[in-house]
Ligand binder design. Structure first.
Ligand code: 13P
Ligand code: SF4
Length: 305
């Protein structure tokens, strides 16, 4: 079994060299995928990295909207997602028609969308944001009313940075993996590890955010835990991040607030389907031409800010 795994990793490395390909992986990916990736990061870092690379092929180990963002920013590169089923359920919660209806209802508002959205919705936005920059982006917008979607928990986090009126769209958009990290989990974890700092993702519910010491993106969590003086942390996000934390901050202690905070879609990429994706150069991510320019504008505005 182990021999087979090692052979497969060798073959993946060979195919990467032969095809001038790189693997970009989100922080929630399986451990073995983080280990073979050229770069592991949060949504913002992955978008930037996809724009920087000189490789011809990007094997994107993350969910659909992340791979789509890489394809929108790199129309001349092949972006391949090893398992097409890696579809973020939150991104599905804001179809373009619903956003259009909200825009009609609030013509005075500017639209800020979380990068966790469909490409057709991005094409209707004024600016995109990620969990790393949502507060800066809403502050930088001109309008005093912002339609913000699809995550109402991130909207809550963004609202804390501004007196602008933030209207969540849809009303109940959320990430199922983060929304189920609840106060009873946090109270129990804190009682077991009273000295640990509480570090949570802004996709968590407001009560959990309010009880936290830090509310940051996944890579923000890595930075805080690695660089700070503290040695013990309660982590409120998808449990895949724990692997990177333990690897890069060995010697410190990390405890998940909820061990059931798993994103099944993030776990769909495997060594097997990565090898097949490299060999066959598919499934490729295609975005309709008419959407690319519009969606790119809203992503570029974020990168400028
Ligand atoms: P990050 O950009 O913080 O990695 O978050 C992406 C995401 O989908 C979290 O669920
Ligand atoms: Fe989407 Fe949540 Fe999974 Fe992130 S963790 S990809 S927001 S479902």
């Amino acid at each position: 079994m182990e021999k087979e795994r090692m052979e497969r990793i060798k073959e993946i490395e060979r195919l990467k060299r032969e095809k001038n390909a790189i693997i970009l992986a989100h922080n929630y990916q399986r451990a073995e995928i983080q280990d073979i990736a050229e770069f592991v990061g949060d949504s913002l870092e992955l978008a930037r990295k996809a724009m920087d690379t000189a490789s011809d092929i990007i094997i994107f180990c993350g969910v659909d909207f992340m791979a789509e963002t890489a394809a929108i920013m790199n129309p001349d590169k092949k972006v391949i997602i090893p398992d097409k089923g890696a579809i973020c359920p939150m991104a599905q919660q804001l179809p373009a028609e619903d956003l259009l209806a909200a825009k009609r209802e609030h013509p005075e508002a500017e639209v800020v969308l979380y990068v966790n959205t469909l490409a057709e919705s991005k094409a209707l936005a004024d600016c995109i944001c990620t969990s790393a920059n949502a507060q800066e982006i809403v502050k930088a917008m001109d309008a005093s009313t912002i339609l913000f979607g699809p995550d109402r928990n991130l909207a809550y986090h963004a609202q804390k940075a501004t007196s602008k009126k933030i209207i969540p769209v849809p009303e109940y958009g959320l990430c199922p993996s983060h929304h189920q990290i609840v106060m009873t989990d946090l109270i129990k974890a804190k009682a077991a590890h009273p000295r640990a700092k509480i570090v949570v993702h802004p996709e968590c519910i407001p009560e959990v955010q309010d009880a936290a010491d830090y509310i940051v993106s996944t890579s923000g969590m890595v930075k805080i835990c690695k660089e700070g003086e503290d040695g013990e942390f309660l982590i409120g996000t998808e449990i895949g991040l724990l692997y990177r934390l333990k690897k890069e901050a060995a010697g410190k202690k990390f405890y998940p607030i909820s061990t059931t905070a798993v994103c099944p879609q993030m776990k769909m990429h495997t060594l097997e389907n990565i090898e097949a994706a490299l060999e066959l150069e598919k499934p490729e991510v295609f975005i309709k031409k008419e959407l690319i320019n519009k969606a790119r504008k809203s992503i570029e505005r974020m990168l400028e800010i």
